[in-house]
Design a protein around this ligand. Structure first.
Ligand code: NI
Length: 251
């Protein structure tokens, strides 16, 4: 059995949510953790958590929402995270890929949500793009908060910094791409700090690259990790499921 620790689920991407979830179960996916990271997607995500036993979520405002997230949104988020199916806050963080004009707004939003994580003892799911050092600097201010560096794609050195801080690395379809160097990171850190994720509907693994992704492809990612580490897929399944259950306090 596997847990997809990070994906998105919306009728904007999938015609029939029911059949997507059925396919997941048939592929051995026992739980999925959906990330709701905009005002609308948080509401849609909470709806699926309510409808389906195997759907859990993390919610929080993505850095791209920094310019439009209001104090009211954050007050509502504080209420929403008290729902039992909410297992963490995210994806939150910093994204400088499209420029740094709103850097102070992004940092402010990130800090406010890290404070919520600290207050409610919830793990965080971090989105960090072209912003590694600033992300590390913010996380260091909250030493009691643990989390998942979603879609990790950094160096071995960066991986070591995060794992020493108690963070796990979310590994997804990118590890199957021929031009990816992620295998070196996995060789260096082993299974102890790895979580499986798809980031569906984005980033489908090979040989499905370019198509719409879904949690049913988690075993493809697990197979590649097993191959890199010369262990069985079963071992990858067991250890990553244990990691997910530890971080997100799942049974
Ligand atoms: Ni995502």
């Amino acid at each position: 059995m596997f847990i997809d620790t990070h994906c998105h689920l919306s009728t904007e991407d999938y015609e029939d949510i029911n059949s997507i979830l059925l396919e997941n179960r048939e592929s051995g996916i026992s739980k999925i953790i959906v990330s709701g990271c905009t005002r609308d997607s948080i509401i849609e995500t909470l709806f699926y958590c309510d409808q389906y036993e195997d759907v859990y979520c993390t919610i929080g405002y993505h850095p791209s929402e920094a310019g439009i997230t209001t104090e009211e949104d954050l007050l509502l988020l504080e209420k929403q995270i008290q729902n039992k199916k909410v297992v963490g806050i995210g994806e939150i963080g910093l994204d400088y890929h499209y420029g740094k004009e709103d850097i102070s707004l992004q940092k402010e939003l990130f800090h406010k949500q890290m404070k919520l994580a600290e207050k409610y003892h919830l793990p965080v799911v971090i989105h960090s793009r072209d912003a590694t050092q600033d992300t590390i600097d913010v996380l260091k201010e909250y030493p009691t908060v643990k989390g998942d560096i979603h879609c990790f794609s950094g160096s071995i050195e960066t991986a070591m910094i995060y794992t020493k801080m108690g963070y796990f690395l979310g590994i997804g379809g990118v590890v199957t791409f021929k031009n990816s160097n992620l295998f070196k990171v996995i060789e260096a850190i082993g299974l102890s700090h790895i979580l499986l994720e798809t980031d569906a509907p984005y980033l489908a693994p090979e040989p499905y690259r370019g198509r719409i992704n879904s949690s049913k492809y988690i075993p493809v990612i697990a197979s590649r990790i097993a191959e890199i580490l010369c262990v069985s897929v079963d071992e990858v399944s067991k250890k990553t499921t244990q990691n997910a259950c530890t971080l997100f306090d799942l049974q």
